[in-house]
Design a protein around this ligand. Structure first.
Ligand code: MN
Length: 430
């Protein structure tokens, strides 16, 4: 590897913490043992857990007001992969990256694949972009893309999605995520049914271009950029479209794309039941689609989502294979630090959900013992699994304390010298 952090530094800093970590881990092991849980089994599951990093996440995000770029931002897909490889080197639960086209488009995808291979990274779902116009684009998406009233504009958006599939194939990806910003700002501006009919017609053409082993992930979002109506506005419209399109089409849950106070874990359960759960875009929010760091605002909600996922795993639900990805905007932090922290928070929610005594919970549910059912979930959620997560990283040759190693390494300062600011944004907010 030509970039990244010196493994010797990782090992040196790990050795400083290993004896205290071992004591904490053994102590947690004793606690779990009393609950009939073998800690090493859970640690192995933590080591096998993976959440993908979006390429746009390693650039500094912004708002519609301003963007305040960090030093040493990645300027192209290769530098983004360098940053993603550092995240994976230290946390060991982010082996795949999710590219976004045309932002990450290169003339020869095989070169890009080799570059990723050399850094131990694979490619997750590819994301299409028909929510903004590209320079020299012949037709505008101002009034919509896959749902535009103009057929030629729809065809342009369809062709872009099919090109994304082709690029993804060359990279070893197996899924296309489609999010459209199409919608309206005024009552009466758009015919609700006709725009959805046009969407389905466009999506059928993209669907027919999917290779046999590919999936299509449909992402809904309640509002923004359109502020009166959005064509794929909620999970109901999403799953109806996925059912219309066929088995390869599933519904993706971005945690920030719902109305406030919606019971997202219940939506997850419904999608699992009808074999329509594509996966997740993890982030957190306080008011809307805030794209804040996972677990930073409402970690209990994240846990409750994973409670449903682990329940499906426990019941060996057939066809259950959701894709996990972070989708955040890092406006005031170093994106590498935020992504490491967030990946660990998502992994933490998964591990805590593994600690739920499911048979006890089912019995409390059968007997309508609401308090004990709730306490069963709380007991798992309130278990501090930090030592287990650190041990999982250590056993996978990662860092016991990733943030500490990242800061000690001076990585950001080093890349800042090599990456003078271009003034352009390499990031997106989706
Ligand atoms: Mn998203």
């Amino acid at each position: 590897m030509t970039t990244g952090i010196d493994n010797q530094l990782v090992e040196e800093l790990n050795q400083r913490e290993l004896s205290s970590l071992t004591r904490d881990y053994d102590n947690l092991g004793e606690q779990l043992d009393r609950r009939g849980i073998a800690i090493d089994d859970i640690t192995k599951k933590a080591q096998a857990f993976a959440v993908a990093v979006p390429t746009w996440g390693v650039g500094t995000g912004g708002t519609r007001f301003a963007r305040f770029p960090n030093r040493g931002e990645p300027r192209n897909i290769y530098e983004k992969l360098d940053d993603c490889s550092v995240i994976q080197q230290l946390v060991r639960c982010t082996p795949k990256v999710s590219p976004h086209f045309p932002w990450d488009k290169v003339s020869d995808p095989s070169v890009l694949k080799e570059y990723a291979d050399a850094r131990g990274l694979g490619f997750d779902a590819v994301n299409s972009n028909t929510f903004q116009d590209q320079p020299s684009q012949a037709l505008s998406y101002k009034y919509g893309s896959l749902t535009h009233t103009d057929q030629s504009t729809r065809e342009l958006a369809i062709a872009h999605n099919i090109e994304c599939i082709e690029l993804g194939r060359a990279l070893g990806s197996q899924a296309l995520t489609v999010w459209v910003g199409d919608g309206s700002n005024f009552p009466g501006q758009q015919h609700f049914q006709h725009s959805l009919e046009r969407y389905l017609d466009s999506m059928r053409q993209i669907y027919s271009a999917l290779p046999d082993d590919w999936m299509m992930f449909i992402e809904h979002k309640m509002f923004e950029p359109a502020f009166y109506s959005t064509v794929i506005q909620d999970w109901g419209t999403n799953v109806l479209c996925a059912m219309e399109l066929g088995d390869k089409a599933r519904s993706l849950v971005d945690l920030g794309h719902h109305a406030p106070n919606v019971n997202i874990e219940m939506i997850v359960s419904r999608l699992i039941q009808f074999k329509k759960l594509a996966g997740f875009h993890f982030n957190d929010s306080k008011y809307g689609d805030d794209d804040l760091d996972s677990g930073s605002i409402n970690p209990y909600q994240l846990f409750l989502v994973f409670n449903e996922l682990v329940d499906a795993e426990y019941r060996a639900e057939s066809g259950f294979n959701p894709a996990y990805m972070l989708d955040q905007s890092h406006n005031v932090t170093d994106p590498v630090e935020s992504l490491m922290n967030s990946a660990i928070e998502v992994q933490r929610a998964y591990v805590q959900a593994l600690l739920v005594d499911r048979e006890a919970l089912y019995a409390y549910q059968e007997n309508n013992d609401a308090l004990m059912a709730s306490n069963t979930l709380k007991g798992a959620y309130q278990t501090d699994v930090s030592a287990l997560l650190a041990m999982a990283r250590y056993r996978s040759s990662g860092a016991i304390s990733p943030l500490n190693v990242f800061r000690e390494s001076g990585y950001r300062e080093k890349v800042a010298d090599k990456r003078p600011s271009t003034g352009q944004s390499g990031s997106g907010i989706v």
